[in-house]
Design a protein around this ligand. Structure first.
Ligand code: F6R
Length: 248
């Protein structure tokens, strides 16, 4: 697992977007795994800008998103489908028919089958963008005594419900279940980049970078097993996590 330390969160977003643009330019039919969440959100304006500046063409790109809340209508402004449309898809030349965000309204078993078809029906993901939850989750794979490899329904950790309640009227309104890629699905992506920032992520990033441990109690730690996974953090977070590489 590589660690990239940037000067600022804004620079982290620019860096991640630059990597994605380079990937699409090298492979115009790339299949991208995408993420929502407040941290990943700020990557998308950089992608939109690159498109507007004529630096990238998304017309042949396909995408699959990590997750969606169960019971969430795609029309709801806080649904991950709506986020992806308003943050990214509506502003670039991607064919929306080639974008997939799981439906939170469909029968879960049927949706799992559709999700798997989108993930594996043609080719594997060339890239996966990730954020990390305060619980240490990637996608919605929450800590516990085991992890799940494939697409599944996951109960959200209490800390995730609290963290995500900022998008809802109250914590009681946050859906408690989600449909998510499993860690095995994420790990099959050819290249993975995770972006993290902010004080709420100090505990998980500190634990992640402290040693070589891989544990289901810290789902993000599976990235240590991947051939091409990069964690992008800003200097402020790195310092607060006592990330020693800085001193090299
Ligand atoms: C979103 C997702 C989540 C978020 C994570 C961090 O699609 O899968 O894992 O990346 O919860 O969210 P923020 O950035 O809002 O702290």
């Amino acid at each position: 697992m590589n660690v990239v330390v940037t000067k600022s969160y804004e620079d982290s977003c620019a860096y991640v977007a630059q990597e994605m643009v380079a990937l699409v330019n090298a492979n115009p039919t790339a299949k991208l795994g995408l993420a929502t969440g407040g941290t990943a959100e700020k990557v998308y304006p950089h992608l939109v800008k690159a498109y507007q500046d004529g630096k990238v063409d998304f017309s042949e790109v396909t995408t699959v998103n990590l997750d969606e809340y169960l019971g969430m209508s795609p029309e709801n402004p806080v649904s991950y489908r709506k986020c992806m449309d308003t943050w990214f898809f509506d502003h670039v030349n991607i064919d929306k028919a080639n974008t997939y965000v799981a439906s939170g309204l469909n029968d879960p078993e049927e949706e799992i089958a559709i999700f798997n078809e989108k993930l594996y029906g043609d080719k594997l993901l060339d890239f996966q963008l990730l954020g990390v939850g305060v619980s240490g989750h990637i996608g919605f794979n929450e800590p516990g005594d085991h992890l799940v490899a494939g697409v599944h329904i996951e109960e959200l950790d209490e800390s995730t419900i609290q963290a995500n309640s900022r998008y809802f009227d109250s914590p009681a309104d946050v859906p408690t279940r989600s449909i998510t890629m499993g860690v095995g699905d994420i790990m099959k992506a050819e290249k993975i980049i995770l972006i993290a920032t902010g004080d709420s992520k100090i505990p998980v990033i500190t634990k992640l970078l402290a040693d070589d441990a891989v544990t289901s109690e810290l789902p993000v730690s599976v990235l240590k097993l991947h051939r091409d996974a990069t964690i992008v953090i800003d200097r402020e977070l790195a310092e607060k996590c006592n990330y020693k590489e800085l001193e090299k």
